[in-house]
Design a protein around this ligand. Structure first.
Ligand code: MN
Ligand code: MN
Length: 458
């Protein structure tokens, strides 16, 4: 009896030493880069060590010149000048470094019945019930009125306290059980438990008072400083290997830090490319790519304009438009991994299977491809060719059944410039859950695939 073996990324994977090191570095990236600011901080420091200079320090942009741009410390771009002039276009891999989480409200602190809480407003698409009764950490920045920045990071070190959000005991959950899953925990119910040891003096709200004392002593912040704060509640703890065979990685924020990391490792390997090579890390993808750090903002266009001005000695708007329109891009984002537990929402013939390599999605979108970037088959053919030549194990997938799924990525905001764009990433299990699951073999294939695309010499 002979049956055709399904081609897996694991077959002939033969990880190099460099790739083994990359896995260890990826775990660190997930464990330490838990906010968009921290993820960019890590990427920027790695880029700096590899010779990427700040855009402002550049006097020319000749082949092999490496440059970096920080976008409000929450997003960023890295580029290496190609042999061909930038006006002929460039190769781009663009990912996002924001992830679903709970943000602290501007007026967050309150006390009730001897317990103090922070009110939160969730960011991105979460299943609210997943965020109760688990250890949570708090990361972010507070800017005092005169502009001084205070950094807060609590809950990751062994000796740190953590925070949590209470859930209802099963014994009293009769009515909660009967609610719809989406209503069982309301948004206004996601209140972070932050203390209950009161000050020993007369007065109201003695616990709140005690918390304010701690905040003042430890961080020099007052209650009204939350107005100018950006504080994010994320799962506490490190990313880990999962499975007896260590074949999975479980960690927070892998959508889309797994693609961000692969994009970094791909450009890190490149020295003197044929085409100018750009890797971009966007913020705000999870809430629609708005704000001046999201992909709808024009920092990529402005960055390309700056580099063209360095190459040509002057700003030429037409040249910027031509360069953007001639570019070829991978929108680096994750796909829904096929999960046998939820087979009913997937089209088995068009799903991203774990361990079957890097995923290309010609379109994402929902219910009739709405709000999708539908890649041109001409470009899909080119990417296939690149992957096959480089012996990359790849697969194609949609996000769920036609009438079930779909979702947006940043692809459409790159496509507006006329460039060729294709969604390309890996499958993820438990996407948007506090702990997401990726495949080691797929991650390796993605690093190889992004590198093959960026370094393609034709
Ligand atoms: Mn994503
Ligand atoms: Mn997402």
């Amino acid at each position: 009896m002979s049956s055709k073996k399904v081609k897996l990324a694991w077959d002939d994977l033969q990880m190099s030493e460099r790739e083994q090191q990359a896995l260890a570095e990826y775990l660190t990236f997930l464990s330490e880069g838990k906010t968009e600011r921290k993820a960019w901080q890590l990427l920027e420091s790695w880029a700096e060590n590899r010779g990427f200079l700040p855009l402002d320090d550049l006097r020319s942009f000749e082949q092999g010149q490496k440059v970096r741009l920080s976008v409000r410390a929450k997003a960023g771009i890295l580029a290496i000048a190609g042999r061909r002039p930038l006006k002929d276009g460039f190769r781009l891999v663009a990912a996002h470094i924001d992830a679903p989480r709970l943000d602290i409200k501007q007026n967050p602190l309150y006390e009730e019945e001897g317990m103090a809480f922070f009110k939160t407003h969730y960011y991105g698409g979460i299943k609210k019930y997943q965020w109760t009764a688990l250890p949570l950490a708090l990361h972010g920045v507070v800017f005092l009125k005169e502009g001084h920045k205070v950094e807060i990071s609590v809950g990751e070190n062994e000796e740190d306290p953590i925070f949590t959000i209470n859930d209802l005991l099963p014994h009293l959950a009769k009515e909660q059980y009967d609610k719809k899953l989406r209503e069982a925990i309301p948004g206004e119910g996601l209140n972070l438990l932050i203390g209950h040891n009161p000050v020993n003096e007369d007065g109201e709200e003695r616990v709140k008072h005690a918390i304010l004392n701690i905040l003042k002593t430890k961080y020099s912040i007052d209650e009204d400083d939350f107005v100018s704060a950006e504080l994010e509640v994320v799962p506490a703890g490190k990313a880990r290997y999962a499975g007896f065979d260590r074949s999975f990685i479980v960690g927070y924020g892998q959508d889309d830090r797994v693609c961000s990391f692969a994009a970094w490792r791909a450009i890190e390997k490149i020295e003197k490319p044929e085409w100018t090579t750009i890797v971009l890390f966007a913020d705000k993808e999870e809430i629609g790519s708005d704000s001046n750090t999201g992909m709808k903002a024009r920092y990529l266009e402005n960055f390309v304009a700056e580099l063209l001005a360095l190459q040509n000695g002057t700003y030429d708007g037409l040249m910027v438009r031509r360069s953007m329109a001639r570019a070829k891009a991978l929108s680096a984002d994750v796909a829904a991994g096929y999960d046998p537990n939820f087979a009913e929402v997937m089209d088995k013939r068009n799903s991203a299977f774990m361990g079957r390599g890097i995923v290309i999605s010609k379109y994402t979108g929902s219910r009739g491809k709405a709000e999708s970037n539908d890649a041109n088959p001409e470009f899909v053919a080119e990417v296939r060719r690149i992957f096959d030549e480089a012996k990359i194990t790849w697969q194609t997938a949609e996000l769920g059944k036609v009438d079930q799924g779909g979702g947006g990525t940043i692809a459409q905001y790159m496509a507006v410039y006329g460039m060729e764009v294709l969604d390309c990433g890996v499958g993820i299990l438990s996407m948007h859950a506090p702990w997401e699951t990726s495949s080691v073999a797929d991650l390796i294939m993605m690093m190889r695939g992004y590198h093959a695309f960026l370094a393609y010499n034709a």
